[in-house]
Design a protein around this ligand. Structure first.
Ligand code: PMP
Length: 394
């Protein structure tokens, strides 16, 4: 019986239609878009075309002088670090408590006088409610604060653990009224929800190809035309010196095709994935009474389900499911091995028993009904077995 991959929020399998695109692009010859010879010019043309195509898929005009632009990066982590350290000088930053670690740790490092990127920036934390939605009512005060106005706000579009969607249009409105740039980490939303970058109201938006069935190792930071960004890296004139280094033409070409496929199939995939996720949750709830599904009353990503299996330990559940060939995730980071308690569930003020037993399942458009049927059987039987064995204090 084949393994069931339900960890698509960590990374997605490459769309089989992307592999030939990637191979063809890698085999197209030497590709340094800054070289002046014919190969270089061809590489420049290929990457410019790919970037234009990405713009078309994501509702942004990238060919206007002084208009929005895309900075190609190695992925979501780099884009988030570039946004946090590069936008808003050394003024205070408002960051939601449920951001991805690549935002939270970058903010912490900017604030910490002993870190290599110390900027003594003040960090102001935006709380979430018990369902994981940011407290928009706090935002204007956090931006204004007596110690000086914030110069950057960072709020994610959807949470990678709970799938909860943040009210970005209201956040953007408040930021616009206060004249402060907004960075949106849309890593989990792009390719899964319709996103029109030019009308999001953001100054900067992060995304990453391996979350929408493209290759790992490439992503971007979309920038509104007015935004100034200080680089993280130095050493070349590429990408207007915002992100020096030879651009990975083949990876960007593959990312463009992956986003074209993802956005083109989005409407159909979204409904189907959501029906599978809802069936997974409903069936598990029916079979096992002691479950808590986080953010269930909120708008969520179609394929994400964050479930606490009360009376068990998340790490034991994860390992037992792995033995049954079901891949899911525990803890806050996308890393495996250790699993610190989820900072997201902690920020939601969930009881200890829920934090201890929280697991994340991430479906994709390549998940199947048969896999979900098998996952329901395996998860409920593993849970029954472990809940009987373990004596976790509820
Ligand atoms: N932001 C979010 C919301 C994510 O889910 C992830 C990946 N787990 C990242 C950023 C980091 O992206 P990458 O793996 O491409 O560095």
């Amino acid at each position: 019986m084949s393994a069931i991959y339900l960890d698509n929020n960590a990374t997605t399998p490459l769309d089989p239609r992307i592999a030939p695109v990637l191979l063809e692009a890698f085999q197209a010859g030497p590709a340094n878009p800054s070289s002046q010879h014919a190969w270089g010019r061809q590489a420049r043309q290929r990457i410019d075309q790919a970037i234009e195509n990405i713009g078309e898929s994501l509702g942004t005009r990238l060919d206007q002088p002084g208009g929005p632009r895309l900075v190609i990066t190695s992925g979501g982590t780099e884009s988030n670090n570039l946004a946090l350290s590069g936008i808003g000088g050394d003024g205070p930053i408002v960051v939601s408590r449920v951001e991805h670690p690549s935002v939270i740790a970058a903010a912490d490092a900017l604030a910490n006088p002993r870190s290599p990127i110390a900027a003594r920036r003040e960090i102001r934390w935006l709380d979430v409610d018990s369902g994981g939605e940011v407290r928009v009512d706090q935002l204007a005060d956090l931006i204004r604060d007596d110690s000086g106005p914030a110069t950057l706000v960072s709020v994610m579009s959807s949470n990678n653990e709970t799938g909860v969607l943040q009210p970005i249009s209201r956040v953007a409105e408040i930021c616009r009224d206060s004249g402060v740039p907004l960075h949106v980490d849309a890593t989990q939303s792009i390719g899964k929800l319709p996103i029109h970058l030019d009308s999001l109201g953001a100054a900067a938006v992060t995304f990453s190809a391996h979350k929408f069935h493209g290759p790992v190792g490439v992503g971007a930071l979309w920038l509104d035309g007015h935004v100034k960004v200080n680089p993280l890296l130095y050493g070349g004139q590429q990408q207007l010196e915002t992100r020096p280094g030879t651009e990975p033409v083949a990876l960007v070409t593959a990312m463009a095709e992956a986003i074209r496929l993802a956005t083109g199939e989005l409407d159909e995939a979204r409904g189907r994935v959501q029906r599978m996720r809802d069936r997974l949750e409903d069936s598990l709830l029916r079979r096992t009474p002691h479950l808590v599904i986080h953010g269930r009353d909120k708008p969520r990503l179609p394929g994400t389900s964050c479930i606490s299996f009360l009376g068990t330990d998340r790490q034991s559940m994860l390992m037992a499911l792995d033995m049954e060939s079901i891949a899911c995730s525990s803890g806050s980071a996308c890393s495996s091995g250790s699993s610190p308690p989820s900072h997201v569930l902690l920020a939601m003020n969930r009881p200890t028993a829920e934090v201890q037993s929280g697991l994340r399942f991430g479906l994709s458009k390549f998940s199947t009904d048969d896999e979900i049927d098998r996952a329901i059987d395996a998860i409920s039987s593993v849970y029954r077995r472990l809940a009987n064995q373990e004596t976790v204090d509820n």
